[in-house]
Write a protein that binds this ligand. Structure first.
Ligand SMILES: [Zn+2]
Length: 429
């Protein structure tokens, strides 16, 4: 057994080494080592979605790995595909989620049209490219939302100098092109509170890197802090009538949920994040109140000083970094029928059993019944437990408890840990 594992490991090393050389040259064939940022709006209602271009912008850092140009994860409600305009070759793709899509599932979207700021960054192309935005339907399949032809030499690509904001590398494990770079943005910190911000980031970084699977992958992670100032202290809370002009204009009560803390000012968020190489943008909100939010490849948000802040922080990171779905099914969330039960959800830790083989079937013992009873006997093994994704019936989660299920869990379940490790691998190869 041991020998087999070792042989396999050596074989994997060899394959990785070979693809590494190939992909490096692929990157420099198609891209320059900086980013092209596409600012746009997603607008519509529950049944319609439209793309409106706002701005194209050159940014100094392409923080992603040059060896992860094509996204094989298939996570997200949206994806962007970049093809070389001349040959039609697919040269970059990435899945992501949006606040707009979450809003589309709320009751408000049944009677109102709204527009949400959106940003997509791609490595800066050397030649003309076609950029296709796709949106995933209820059936789980992607369809085209919009297509742009972009000439990277075009005179209207915004090349203004950025707003520079003081920033610090809190955890330094090497060059950003081979690491997961988590960029913390200060939100609700007044200009005399930046020492607190830095020590808060250090505290969250220490916590993160002590938790599985991040502890074992710590050398693959860099952590940055961008000290963006706010006028006053703390985030806006429409529920209590407290309004503050903050760096990212975050607010509690997103979609009417008191603890759901987000911002619709995504362009502003990314203006701040552009100061550092940022694979994952984490907005740290200076308050003792409870709340947060996390959207896959979009941004995460958590508060700094609530007694459960560390727990919320890492839960939201599960959403924002690894596309993990919520494994809970309490009834006070505003989403209505979030998951169709005849479609396999794309989230790696939820299943409708429509295509369970594509999920964690390989991690379930033969003796474990499917579905698995919610009993003490199965409390510490991987199974298929009914209830998850905001629904009691028809959706299944991998473990009785997990950080994606409740604040009582003291670790991610094995399925979530595997998904997180896989995603971090795409940044560090
Ligand atoms: Zn889990």
């Amino acid at each position: 057994m041991k020998n087999t594992v070792r042989v396999l490991f050596i074989a994997l090393l060899f394959i990785n080494g070979a693809s590494h050389c190939f992909a490096q040259s692929e990157f420099s064939k198609w891209f320059e080592n900086k980013a092209l940022r596409i600012d746009y709006y997603l607008a519509g209602n529950a049944d319609s979605e439209h793309f409106y271009l706002d701005d194209l912008r050159e940014e100094p850092f392409w923080s992603g790995s040059p060896n992860s140009l094509i996204d094989n994860l298939d996570f997200g409600t949206h994806r962007v595909l970049v093809t070389d305009a001349q040959s039609g070759t697919l040269i970059y793709s990435r899945g992501f989620c949006t606040l707009f899509q979450e809003w589309q599932t709320t009751a408000e979207a049944q009677k109102l049209d709204r527009a949400f700021e959106q940003v997509t960054r791609i490595p800066y192309p050397k030649q003309k490219v076609t950029v296709t935005f796709q949106s995933r339907g209820r059936d789980g399949k992607f369809t085209e939302l919009h297509q742009l032809e972009i000439d990277p030499a075009g005179i209207f690509i915004n090349r203004r100098a950025m707003n520079t904001i003081p920033n610090y590398k809190i955890v330094d494990n090497g060059h950003y092109s081979q690491k997961l770079d988590i960029a913390f943005i200060a939100e609700g910190y007044a200009n005399n509170q930046m020492d607190k911000f830095k020590s808060d980031v250090k505290r969250f970084a220490d916590f993160l890197l002590s938790q599985p699977p991040f502890d074992e992958l710590a050398e693959s992670i860099n952590i940055w802090a961008v000290a963006s100032e706010s006028d006053g202290v703390g985030p806006t809370n429409p529920g209590t009538g407290y309004w503050n002009t903050t760096a990212t204009q975050s607010e509690f009560y997103t979609f009417g949920i008191d603890r759901y803390l987000t911002t619709t000012h995504f362009h502003r968020v990314m203006d701040i994040a552009a100061n550092v190489p940022a694979d994952l943008v984490y907005i740290l909100v200076n308050t003792g109140d409870y709340g947060g939010g996390g959207i896959y490849n979009h941004f995460c948000m958590a508060t700094s000083d609530h007694k459960l802040s560390h727990t919320v922080f890492i839960h939201e990171l599960g959403h924002g970094l690894a596309g993990l779905g919520d494994e809970y099914y309490t009834s006070d969330v505003a989403y209505e029928d979030f998951y169709p039960l005849d479609v396999e959800p794309w989230e790696p830790n939820l299943t409708t059993l429509v295509d369970f083989q594509s999920k964690w079937a390989d991690m379930v013992d033969n003796e474990t019944p499917i579905p698995t009873p919610n009993s003490q006997k199965y409390a510490n093994i991987v199974g298929v437990f009914e209830g998850g994704g905001y629904m009691h019936k028809g959706i299944y989660r991998p473990y009785v408890d997990c950080r994606m299920h409740s604040n009582n869990a003291n670790t991610f379940c094995p399925v979530c840990r595997r998904a997180i490790a896989r995603v971090i691998g795409t940044y560090s190869r």
